[in-house]
Ligand binder design. Structure first.
Ligand code: COA
Ligand code: MG
Length: 285
């Protein structure tokens, strides 16, 4: 998925707007964009809304984290709506994913859904423990895990730290580290890697540059918080015609059967060939 738009589940206008925004996926939010007193209302509004949802975006639901005491109520309420999956925030390590996988087994059986049909997107950098323990995810594969995403704001809040970004807008070192950990873990696990939100949603040029940098770094998609960000992210994660043409030239350069070739005066070897093939696959060629 290239774009995943977060939509507060207790906001009628945003629910209505989400259907046609063109995102590959929607993450209806029951967690931090919903105040504690409105959790039950948000669940009910979302379940009612999904009864008639006819959009083409995949439906994901961000449930409340395991420490909140709300997760079971969220799963019991929403799994019957048949979401593609849930977004699980604030994990501490693989045991959180195992526990929620078991909860999902039960919720699916209770709702008459196929066992194992609900996927998980895990938010893997919101607690210091999750960042330190990211490698442990490799030891215990979670079949439901479809991807991971990262965020800096909750990590900073968990540490009692200040703004995670420096004055020039760059992430401070610890958040850059968390971002890299997320990226490496996703690729080691073979799951989707989603970059965090670009919060300045009135700045399309900034969003474009930020999204392009994320794809260049190896992310496969990005979170959006506003419908205006969706087409920008979709475009940034779609290879441009020049890139496709170049990848085709790279592949053609290997026609001779040699493992190292030259193109435009530069040496190319097998990693370049693999990158070109991956780019064409991402472009659907
Ligand atoms: N999903 C769906 N629709 C959205 C939306 C979203 N995330 N954000 C804005 N819209 C809608 C608005 O409702 C409005 O439509 P309307 O006039 O029919 O009501 C239109 O898009 C334009 O919105 P705008 O006035 O520019 O923004 P806003 O001030 O209403 O909202 C935010 C700004 C940041 C509060 C809002 O974008 C938002 O709630 N984002 C998601 C926050 C979230 O989920 N955070 C947790 C995950 S990080
Ligand atoms: Mg959060």
């Amino acid at each position: 998925m290239k774009s995943l738009l977060f939509v507060p589940a207790d906001n009628e206008r945003k629910l209505a707007k989400a259907v046609a925004c063109g995102a590959d996926a929607l993450a209806f939010d029951l967690e931090d964009s919903v105040l504690p007193a409105r959790k039950a209302l948000a669940r009910q509004m979302l379940v009612d809304y999904l009864k008639t949802y006819a959009g083409s975006s995949e439906v994901w639901i961000r449930v409340n984290d395991l420490a909140s005491g709300e997760t079971l109520a969220d799963l019991a309420a929403v799994i019957g709506s048949g979401p593609v999956g849930i977004v699980l925030p604030k994990i501490f390590g693989p045991e959180c994913l195992e526990r929620v996988s078991h909860y999902l087994d039960m919720a699916e059986i209770a709702a008459g859904r196929p066992l194992g049909s609900t996927a998980i997107l895990a938010v893997c950098t919101e607690t210091p423990a999750a960042v330190l323990r990211m490698g442990e995810l490799l030891k215990k594969p979670i079949p439901r895990l479809r991807g991971m995403l990262w965020g800096g704001e909750d990590l900073s809040s968990a540490m009692g730290a200040g703004d995670p970004r420096a004055e020039d807008g760059r992430w401070r070192p610890v958040y850059e580290h968390a971002r890299s950990q997320c990226l490496l873990a996703c690729h080691a696990l073979g799951v989707e890697a989603l970059d965090t939100v670009y919060v300045d949603f009135r700045n399309p040029d900034g969003c474009r540059a930020n999204s392009q940098a994320a794809r260049y770094d190896g992310f496969t998609g990005k979170i959006a918080i506003h419908p205006d960000q969706v087409p920008i992210i979709n475009a940034a994660f779609t290879p441009a015609e020049e890139e496709i043409a170049f990848a085709q030239r790279v592949i053609a350069a290997f026609d001779s059967g040699a493992g190292a070739v030259s193109l435009d005066g530069k040496m190319l070897d097998i990693p370049h060939l693999k990158a070109a093939r991956r780019l064409l696959a991402a472009a659907g060629r």
